[in-house]
Design a binder for this molecule. Structure first.
Ligand code: F0G
Length: 460
C-alpha cells in the first residue's frame, strides 16, 4: 500500500527558506535567520510539493505510513516528530539527533471542562516531552541542522525551557551549548537542566528581551548557531504536535485550539501545520487557533486590539509565569497571520486567574507549569464572551511540565504567591484550591485526626 512513499528520510521533498516580508527565497540562512534584503523572518517552504503527479503527497497514504511507523523500532520512527518526516525538511536518518520527542498524550480534562462551563475538554500535554516542554519537538530538527552544517557551538536566549531543551540536544549531538538567561527570572527546575546537560550558562542582568538583543550580536561575531524560534527549523519540528494531535483525533479538527503566547513561535508553528495539512488534504478545515497571554506580558493582545495586528506594540513584561515573560516577541507577524487565517482570537489573563487555572488543571491529575495554565484561564473568558460555544470541541495545548517550576506551586499552596501584591478579595477565590503541607507530631492520632478533618471538609 505504501510503496509509493519510501520510508527513507532522504526521499522527502526539498525545502527552501522564504522571507515572510518580501518573499525572497534563500538556500541557506544567515547567522541571525533574518532576510538579507528586508530583515524580516524566514519560513520553510516546500516548492515541489503538489506541483506534479510525481511529487504530490497522497493524504490517505501518508496517514497509513505514519500509523505503520508506530510499530517500528527505528529511532526516527520512534520519534513523534520524525515519524511525520514527509512534512519536514529532508534529512538522512543518521544525521538526526533524537530523544524520541513528541508522542505526547491527549487527556480528557473533566474538572477543567466543568470550571470552563463546557461538557467536554481535552488537553494535549507537550510537557510530556523528554526535557519536559514542547521545545524538544523543534529542537530535534534545528539541532540536527546545526550539526549537519558543522557547527561546534549552539546558543539561545531563553526564559528556561528552550535552554533546557537545547542543552540536552547539543549534548546528545556532541555539540557545545551557550545559554543566555535573565538573572533571577528562570525557574530552578529549568536552570538545573541546562547545567546538568553541560551548557555554558550565563545569567545576564536583564530580561529575556535583553538576552535576545545580546545574543543577536554574539552570533554575528562568533561561529555559533542560533537556536531560538526565529530559526525556522524549530517551527518545522513544532508543527508535528498539530499533526500528531490530528492523528489522535482521527483527522477530525476540533473547533478551537488554545495556546499560550510568549515569543509566539509555537502558535506560528501550529498554525503553519494546520494550513499545510489542509493544503495536503489531510484535514478538511482549520480549527480556530486562539493565543492567550499574561496581562503583564501582553504585546500580542495589545497589537491586535490597538492596531489590528499591523505594528508590534512592545511592552515591559512582568508575570510570575516566567516562561512567557516576553515583551518584544520575535514571531508576532507569523502569529498575527495565524490568527487571521484561522479566525482565532487573543485574550489576556491576570496573575490570580493563572494561579487558579493551574490548580484546576492539577486537580485533573495532570499538572503543568504556570505559562501553560493561561490556556484554561483564557478559555474560561472565551466561553463567557461566547467566542467558544458549549457544544464546540476545544483542545488546550499544555506546554510545560508541572515539575518545571515547583516554587510557584509551593508558594501557591502556602498562600504566599502574591505576598500582598494582590487584594485579599481577589486572592480569596484561590483558598479552596490551596493545600499547604501540614506539619504534625509523629503520632498515629495526629495523622488520623487530620484525615478525619479533611474528610469532614470534603462532605461540607
Ligand atoms: N509555554 C512555555 C512552558 C514556554 O516555555 C514558552 C516559551 C511558551 C509557553 C511560549 O511559547 O514563545 O513559542 O510563544 N518559552 C521560551 C523559552 C521563550 O525560552 O523557553 P512561544
Amino acid at each position: 500500500m505504501t510503496d509509493q512513499i519510501p520510508s527513507k528520510s532522504n526521499s522527502v521533498q526539498p525545502s527552501q527558506l522564504r522571507c515572510i516580508g518580501c518573499d525572497r527565497v534563500f538556500e541557506r540562512a544567515t547567522q541571525n535567520f533574518r532576510c538579507a534584503r528586508c530583515g524580516d523572518l524566514l519560513e520553510i517552504v516546500y516548492p515541489d510539493r503538489n506541483t506534479s503527479d510525481a511529487t504530490r503527497l497522497d493524504a490517505a497514504k501518508l496517514k497509513d505510513l505514519w500509523r505503520q511507523r508506530r510499530t517500528s523500532g527505528l529511532p526516527v520512527d520512534e520519534s513523534g516528530v520524525w515519524r511525520f518526516r514527509e512534512l519536514l525538511p529532508s534529512f538522512d536518518e543518521h544525521d538526526v539527533i533524537t530523544l524520541r520527542e513528541g508522542n505526547t498524550p491527549l487527556y480528557e480534562m473533566p474538572n477543567c471542562a466543568r470550571v470552563a462551563g463546557l461538557p467536554q475538554l481535552y488537553a494535549k500535554h507537550q510537557g510530556m516531552n523528554p526535557t519536559g516542554s514542547f521545545k524538544d519537538t523543534g529542537m530535534t530538527v534545528a539541532s540536527s541542522v546545526a550539526r549537519r552544517e558543522g557547527f561546534r557551538w549552539v546558543s539561545c536566549a531563553s526564559t528556561g525551557n528552550t535552554s533546557a531543551s537545547m542543552a540536552a540536544y547539543a549534548a546528545r549531538g556532541g555539540m557545545r551549548s551557550l545559554v543566555l538567561i535573565p538573572e533571577g527570572k528562570v525557574s530552578w527546575g529549568k536552570l538545573s537542566q541546562a547545567l546538568d546537560y553541560g551548557a555554558v550558562t550565563c545569567q545576564l542582568k536583564t530580561d529575556f528581551d535583553g538576552c535576545m538583543r545580546v545574543l543577536n550580536e554574539v552570533v554575528q561575531r562568533m561561529p555559533v548557531y542560533l537556536l531560538n524560534s526565529v530559526n525556522p527549523y524549530r517551527l518545522e519540528g513544532q508543527k508535528t504536535a498539530a499533526i500528531e494531535l490530528m492523528e489522535q483525533l482521527d483527522w477530525q479538527p476540533p473547533e478551537h485550539i488554545i495556546v499560550p503566547g510568549g515569543n509566539l513561535g509555537n502558535s506560528s508553528a501550529l498554525g503553519k501545520a494546520f494550513i499545510e495539512m489542509r493544503q495536503l488534504g489531510l484535514i478538511s478545515r482549520l480549527p480556530k487557533i486562539s493565543i492567550i497571554q499574561a496581562a503583564g506580558a501582553n504585546p500580542l493582545v495589545r497589537t491586535i486590539r490597538e492596531n489590528g495586528g499591523r505594528e508590534l506594540v512592545s511592552v515591559h513584561a512582568e508575570t510570575a509565569a516566567s516562561a512567557i515573560r516576553i515583551g518584544n516577541p520575535a514571531s508576532w507577524k507569523k502569529a498575527v497571520r495565524v490568527l487571521q487565517a484561522t479566525g482565532g482570537t487573543v485574550e489576556e489573563v491576570s496573575e490570580v486567574e493563572i494561579a487558579l487555572a493551574k490548580a484546576e488543571i492539577g486537580a485533573d491529575g495532570i499538572g503543568c507549569e504556570p505559562a501553560s495554565a493561561v490556556t484554561l484561564a483564557g478559555l474560561k473568558k472565551l466561553v463567557k464572551q461566547g467566542f467558544v460555544k458549549p457544544g464546540e470541541s476545544v483542545i488546550l495545548i499544555l506546554t510545560g511540565h508541572l515539575l518545571k517550576d515547583p516554587e510557584f506551586t509551593l508558594k501557591f499552596h502556602r498562600g504566599d504567591l502574591f505576598a500582598g501584591a494582590v487584594s485579599e478579595k481577589e486572592v480569596s477565590i484561590l483558598r479552596p484550591q490551596q493545600r499547604a503541607p501540614i506539619v504534625l507530631d509523629a503520632t498515629v492520632d495526629a495523622v488520623v485526626q487530620t484525615l478525619k478533618a479533611a474528610d469532614d471538609q470534603l462532605e461540607l
